[in-house]
Design a protein around this ligand. Structure first.
Ligand code: AMP
Ligand code: GLY
Length: 442
């Protein structure tokens, strides 16, 4: 089949890479894209947000399946547009994508489905929001209802900070229209993990748990980013836990959305807070995470295109959704200054040491240790034939090995071969998993 990937970052590079290895794929296209994607897919010069333009391209080029990476085109109704024209697409409709684009909608689905989540109230009236804050004790979380580029959530340690956050969202309109409605919820503690499943409207096939690392600095300090690294699976959670997430979170959500006549098709990404026996959903996203997708695609071992087509056609049971029983780790290389101001256009070197054909002692050792390395590019571009930085998160160096310890060592060994001015990375990706393994061995 001919497949079109919508998006242009690291997540889409990973999707293109895995799709390019699907036996059923004979043509691969991607909207715009970085030089890494361009090696795998024919570039289509249409912006991912240009819903009608993407649909025109898919129709004119007889694309059999379109796969959407980012949330914006989904919230803008790209799936509705494709379905109206009888074109196959993997992702949720605009109404179902509200699971991510409206926190109030997500909360109502969770309430109706009996999915555990933080106590909350939703407000469009600032006076009512203030009265609610005044009546609370202890920390709380103020969230802009709509899409705010990951910046709409403020964890508030007391009433004063919460009142300030309410004012910023509803009065100063810091998040624009996205903050006119807000959700105020109970502050939860525990360990954050992400769960992914492929859904076909009625059923779901698990892809399992991944842990992201959201802050810029080690030990979860500093401002939030899009994600600085991820690993999968998590050695400190067992198969029984994943079954529980399917039973208590994914299946009731799918059943409820079906009953609400907004069936959910696409990737369901549940951000969870786990504390002892308690699992709470912090948020839903309607797409793969970035860089979680890079770790998952490294392990994905079936025909991805067939699986996504089956999900889009409401017959996920026909697909083999399987991940290799190995560990994958993605370490993000960022440009100095990210997530604030950073420079672009800095030359990148060292990629050929990983991806070049020449043999080297390091590559031989990786092969002997069964370490597989893949660099997924995100904010990169070409200038006069040389690769340069073109974004805050530049690439995700991803390694897979039989165990987590070996995969982490491989990922950092490879990450250290790549150089550009101001290169920054976290040094503690997967540490929670490594600490858990260490404790187990003692
Ligand atoms: P969200 O976009 O809703 O996932 O929120 C972004 C981040 O804010 C999450 O990854 C958590 O670290 C934090 N957060 C969100 N909701 C809560 C909550 N109820 N309690 C504690 N932390 C939260
Ligand atoms: N890595 C977090 C996200 O994609 O939302």
């Amino acid at each position: 089949m001919k497949v079109l990937v919508v998006g242009k970052g690291g997540r889409e590079h990973a999707l293109c890479w895995r799709l390019s290895q699907s036996p059923s794929v004979r043509g691969l296209f991607c909207t715009a894209g970085n030089p890494g994607i361009a090696q795998l897919a024919k570039p289509v010069p249409i912006a991912p947000s240009d819903v009608a333009g993407v649909a025109d391209f898919a129709a004119a080029n007889r694309i059999d399946l379109t796969v959407v990476g980012p949330e914006e085109p989904l919230s803008a109704g790209i799936v509705d547009e494709f379905e109206k024209r009888g074109l196959r697409i993997f992702g949720p409709s605009r109404a179902a994508a509200q699971l991510e684009s409206s926190k109030t909608f997500a909360k109502h689905v969770m309430r109706r489905a009996g999915v555990p989540n933080a106590e909350f109230e939703s407000f469009t009236d600032i006076a009512a929001a203030r009265r609610y804050v005044e009546a609370q004790r202890g920390p709380m979380v103020v969230k802009a209802d709509g899409l705010a580029l990951g910046k709409g959530v403020t964890v508030c340690r007391d009433r004063e900070t919460a009142l300030a956050a309410v004012g910023e969202a509803m009065e100063s309109e810091r998040f624009g229209a996205a903050g006119r409605r807000i959700v105020i919820e109970e502050f939860l503690t525990g360990e954050e993990v992400s769960f992914f499943a492929l859904c076909d409207g009625e059923r779901a096939a698990p892809l399992g748990l991944v842990q992201d690392h959201k802050t810029i600095f080690d030990d979860d300090r500093g401002p939030n980013t899009g994600g600085m690294g991820a690993y999968s699976p998590l050695p400190h959670y067992d198969a029984a836990f994943e079954k529980r997430v399917m039973r208590e979170v994914v299946e009731p959500t799918i059943a409820t959305m079906r009953a609400m006549e907004v069936p959910y098709r696409g990737v369901l990404y549940a951000g969870l807070m786990v504390s002892g026996d308690r699992i709470n959903v912090l948020e839903f996203n309607v797409r793969f995470g970035d860089p979680e997708c890079q770790a998952l695609m490294m392990r994905y071992s079936g025909d991805l295109a067939e699986a996504l087509l089956a999900a889009a056609e409401g017959r996920i049971q026909d697909a083999v959704v399987q991940l290799a029983p190995r560990s994958a780790v993605a370490v993000v290389l960022a440009s100095g200054g990210y997530p604030n101001d950073y420079r672009k256009g800095l030359p990148i070197s060292g990629l050929e040491k990983i991806e070049g054909k020449e043999p080297s002692p390091l590559k031989v050792r990786w092969a002997l240790e069964r370490i597989r390395i893949k660099v997924f590019q995100a904010g990169t571009a070409l200038r006069d034939g040389h690769i340069i930085t073109d974004g805050g998160r530049v690439m995700a160096v991803t390694a897979m090995a039989d165990d987590l310890t070996t995969a982490v060592a491989g990922a950092y060994e490879a990450a250290d071969l790549i150089e550009f001015e101001g290169k920054y990375l976290r040094r503690d990706i997967a540490r929670r998993g490594l600490v858990a393994l260490d404790a187990e061995q003692r």
